[in-house]
Structure formats: structure tokens, C-alpha cells
Design a protein around this ligand. Sequence first.
Ligand code: KIV
Ligand code: NA
Length: 270
Amino acid sequence: MTTVQDIRSHGEDDAPITMLTAYDTPTARIVEEAGVDVVLVGDSMGNAVMGHDSTLPVTMADVESRAGAVARGVEDALVVADMPFLSYGADEGDAVENAGRLLSEAGADAVKLECGPHTVELTERLVNLGIPVMAHLGFTPQHVQQYGGYGRRATTREEAREVLELAEAHADAGAFSLVVEHVPANVAAQITDALAIPTIGIGAGPDTDGQVLVITDVLGLSERAPPFAEQFGDVATEMREAVDGYREAVEDGEFPAAEHGHGDADLDDL
Ligand code: KIV
Ligand code: NA
């Protein structure tokens, strides 16, 4: 069993923390069987598996449904569910209820928040209530409209300092780990050095305490993967071959065959 305390106490000499997203039960099972430490039910589901071109349309209902599916496929890995756009930050009571439901109903072990100055108090409140929080800083995709597009964050000293200070504030508020997304490697390295909690990077270089990627990018199922992702397999080709094989077998009259158990029942003509 991987707990939030196992992640929090990750030491410098420990193997890097591994985290991957999953959005359904069979994929979550495979991720867990591979020994990945953390399964993230990311709001990247919007782009990855729901056909949206950002994470903004993803709702609480979407994340609850997908987190439930993932949690049912996982026994040992830590399941973290993203809080989707506007499910937190507007009303504190709603935020607490939404986060709580991801644990008590969907079965997640922790929630992840895209952070800013407005989430420090919320992090403390959630942690005090027993809802573990993974913080997320750097490029936070729910702010894509505010940023004016996709691109690396914390590239100036001023912005890098701001991210470092927010990272420290969220660690002090009780977050058990921090995702740093799409920032320069030296910025991620300095944040990692400064923080008592582990950092998990994506597009943030090799010097974080762990790495995270979106599963469809890893599997070769994404239409477009970001330049910092790496494709470790070609599942799309496998799927195309399987689907083609099925279609051909039906069209050629080869499926179903006798071994598929479609024998006759002993009855008179209808
Ligand atoms: O939604 C997501 O998959 C994420 C990771 C990329 C960190 O937030
Ligand atoms: Na996310």
C-alpha cells in the first residue's frame, strides 16, 4: 500500500517517484501492475480521452465517475484525483464538499489542486479535515486562457521566485507533494532543494523527486503530445490491427465460428 505519508517521506536516495494518469479500470490495473507509485485521475482526461481541446470543460461528475473506475482497479498504488476547473476557488464550502466526495464516494486517496495565492488556506482547511492535498504549480492548464496559451512558466527570476514562494506556502499549509509543470529544469531543481515535500515534475527536467506523464502520451494514443512527453509504446497501432482484424473476420464470415459456442438449441421451428 502506498500512502500519502510514504510519498511525503520520499528521501533523496530513494528511487524517483513514478506517477501516471489513468481514466478507466483496465488502464489503472495495468499502471498499478507495472509498479507505478501514484495513479492520477487527471483533468487531462478532457484532452486525453474526452475530445476537448482543454481541461476547462471537465466537470466534477466526470472526475467522480473516472476516479471511481480507477479506484476500483487499484489496490496498492496511491490514487490522486484532480479537482476540475471551478470545483474549488469560488466557494470554500463547495470546494470542501467536492474534494470530500472524491475521497468518500469515488474512492480517491488524495486530491490535486492547481495552486495560486488563493489555494493556500484551502489546502490547510482540506488537510485539517483529513483530505490530503497534492499541490500543482508552474504551468497550470486551467489558467491557459489567462496565460494566453501553452508555454513554459517561471522563465524570469521574478516569476520563478513567485512559484518557489507559493510552493513553500503550500508545503507549510500541509500539502504532501507538489507537481511542477513546464518550468525550466534549474527552477524545478531549486524548488526541489528548497522544499521538505517531494516534487513531481512534468516538462521540468530530471532534478525533481519524481516524474509524471499523461498515459495516452506514453502509450502512443494521443493525437498531439507535448514536446516534453515521451512515447514508450504504440498502442494505437495494436488497436487498429485488432479492430481491422475484427471487421475483416466478420466481413469474410470467419467470425463467429463454431468455437464461439453458437450451437443450436433443441427446439421446434419458431
Ligand atoms: O491532469 C493531469 O494529467 C495533470 C498532470 C499532467 C500533472 O495534472
Ligand atoms: Na490536471
